[in-house]
Each structure stands twice: as structure tokens, then as C-alpha cells.
Design a protein around this ligand. Sequence first.
Ligand code: ZN
Length: 157
Amino acid sequence: MDFEDLYQEVILDHSRRPRNFGEMADADYHVSGENPMCGDEITLHVKFDAADNVEAISFTGNGCSICMASASMLTQKLKKKSRAESQELLDSFTGMLTAEQEPPPDKRLGDLQLLNGVRKFPLRVKCATLAWHALEQALQKPAAKETRFSDEDETPA
Ligand code: ZN
């Protein structure tokens, strides 16, 4: 199986059957993000335990296959992770997609590394990073239980 096949299989599988998809009534934070360029809209639901680890994480919403697959894999990856580990994964993943030079592979990312190819398509990078920007806000423990943001393209055409 070559990279393209593996990419297709994993991304399509996650977008068709997203993992940890659903509401979480007792979540500490509900962070909603939208990517207007593509029409992606997702909400990340995060609950921390007493030791500040990610106790539970799920997401809801609608997006393209890259957005849904990235969010689905994020929730699988982040469960039970400490705040520091979560931040490291966040930095590693967003770094992989936004660095000038392709960074060395990071095994901690697992299947998320398959999204590396998205870096060649700047308009799709926001699809892949939307859930991660939501995670970034949750990790900062905002004052409000529910927050909302938009990943507008800040560079004028
Ligand atoms: Zn998208």
C-alpha cells in the first residue's frame, strides 16, 4: 500500500465514521470554531480531570473530509493526555502544517502524520488545523464555558 492509498483509506474512514463524535453535557469547555473559506464548523467538547489531564474529549459539527478526519484523530490522540503532552502534540501538528520547511517526522502524531501532504494546499491547512485551534483555546482554560472563534483568512487576496 503506498502513501496515497493509505492517506485515502485513513482520511476517508475517519471522515465517514468519525471517532468520539457527539455532545458531552458535562464538558468543562465547548469551543466552537468555523473555517468560512471551506464551510467547516465544529465544536470541541473537553473535560479535564482533577490532575488537569484530558479526561474526555469529543466533537460535533460538519466539515470536509480533511476537517472531520483531523478532528476525529485529534480526539483519539488527546484522550488521557496531560496538559503539557496535549500542548506538545498541538505544537507538533500545527508546526508540521505551517512550518516553512517540512519538519522531521514526529512518531507521537501517529496517523495524523498522513495529513502532512495538506501543507502543499494552503487553503486546506485551515481545514486540518480547525479542531486544533479549538483545542488550543480549551487548553488555555477560557473564562467562559462556551467560546466561539473564526479562522478567517487574515491575508487579503
Ligand atoms: Zn474544509
